[in-house]
Design a protein around this ligand. Structure first.
Ligand code: SAH
Length: 386
């Protein structure tokens, strides 16, 4: 039997309901000798078993559950079984013409601390803090066994730089999703290289873009821009503060056979661009607004919500009658309800009446664990102004 840790606060119902996390302040002090990465049994104050999982000594997020079944062993075999299951799920939900996808979505795939994206036959892993570092070898071995990648890149959330830990990277990595193709920079890119979670939302933007003037704000390497341009948008303008991201967006246009000269690319601050538009009047029929997370923690939530509100208000002001807004937030601290409320208030502030065309989240390769609201981090709402 693994060593035990015991709850000080009565949070066992939430863990039994599927929430995989227990914070340090809900736990009694640990016995000496426990180290990060060890398997432990979480016990309730009444002495009953709650969950078996992994411990991270130094982190405020101390315990992550692997299983609620006391007779299940947490070992390499279980890790591989869970990863195979994750892979099978992707086979089921992804179209055969999608070569960039999330293979493992951490806790949501019941594998605490491991996110793994596939770019063709290359695996790009993100492991969480000390826990991820202590499990890295096991994770790499499991990924090798289940998908047999030609190369594996690992970035631990504590590290500055990603590392190639298996095989070697080709000069160029290109993924496809339907008729779209993208270059992915696994070593210098954001996240694990690309925002795979917006794939289905790129489809949605594509489905409404034909003939429109589109402004893609926080465009990064042009995911939504390429989707709109390929779908026949009249003109697409991409704005990102990072000049290298804008350059990559241009290259992604060329890769898709779209002449970048017919479109606009601006390395600029979105706040300045939107403020400038208050004077010029409506120039775009569709604005895509997909900012970075402004609320990275519960502490910054209030300030983050104000920034989301300011952006959405300016975007609504900049649209013509019958204009469209595709607005997103990737902060797990912002609930879908809070996000929609913020969008509604922004519309009101801008003096616009709007209709919600649809509310969406990440694609099916980014599943959510039941009982784990944190897993539903991406919000994406399509609206039309009257
Ligand atoms: N929409 C993108 C992902 C956006 S990631 C996609 O679908 O791929 C957030 C991006 O916002 C980053 O590329 C970052 O460089 C950019 N960014 C952050 N702050 C910014 C600002 N104030 N103005 C413009 N771009 C900004």
């Amino acid at each position: 039997m693994p060593p035990q840790i015991t709850l000080k606060k009565p949070v066992e119902a939430s863990v039994r309901g599927g929430h995989p996390w227990v914070y340090r302040d809900a736990l009694k002090p640990f016995a000496k000798g426990l180290k990060t990465g060890d398997i432990v049994d979480l016990m309730a104050q009444d002495g009953s078993f709650v969950a078996r999982g992994v411990i991270e000594i130094e982190s405020p997020l101390s315990f992550r559950a692997w299983t609620l079944n006391q007779s299940e062993r947490v070992d390499d075999a279980l890790l591989i079984k869970r990863l195979r299951n994750a892979y099978e799920t992707r086979q089921l939900v992804l179209a055969s013409d999608v070569t960039g996808y999330r293979l493992c979505h951490g806790e949501n795939d019941h594998i605490p601390g491991l996110h793994c994206d596939m770019y063709g036959d290359i695996a790009s892993m993100r492991t969480d803090g000390g826990l991820g570092a202590s499990w890295e070898k096991k994770f790499v071995k499991a990924v090798k066994e289940v998908v047999k990648p030609r190369a594996i890149v690992v970035r631990n959330t504590r590290d500055k730089e990603p590392r190639v830990v298996h095989g070697s990277l080709p000069d160029e990595v290109i993924i496809s999703e339907g008729n779209r193709r993208f270059y992915v920079d696994l070593l210098k890119g954001q996240k694990t290289g690309f925002f795979l979670d917006q794939r289905e939302n790129r489809d949605r933007v594509a489905s409404i873009s034909a003939g429109l003037r589109v402004l893609n704000l926080f465009s990064y390497t042009g995911g939504f821009s390429v989707a709109a341009a390929l779908a026949g948008a009249k003109r697409v303008v991409s704005v990102d503060i990072a000049a290298p991201a804008i350059e990559s967006a241009r290259q992604n246009f060329s890769l898709n056979g779209i002449d970048p000269k017919l479109h606009g690319f601006q390395a600029a601050d979105v706040f300045d661009v939107l403020e400038g538009m208050a004077e010029t009047g409506p120039e775009y029929d569709l604005i895509v607004l997909d900012p970075p997370s402004f609320a990275r923690s519960r502490k910054t939530l209030e300030r983050g919500m104000r920034a989301y509100g300011a952006l959405n208000t300016m975007a609504f002001r900049s649209l013509p009658a019958r204009g469209l807004l595709a607005t997103a937030s990737c902060s797990s601290h912002v609930t879908p309800t809070a996000f929609l409320e913020m969008v509604g208030e922004s519309a009101k502030k801008a003096g616009r009446e709007v209709t919600i065309l649809g509310t969406y989240g990440a694609g099916m390769d980014h599943p959510t664990k039941m009982g784990f609201p944190h897993g539903q981090y991406l919000k994406f709402v399509l609206l039309r102004v009257h």
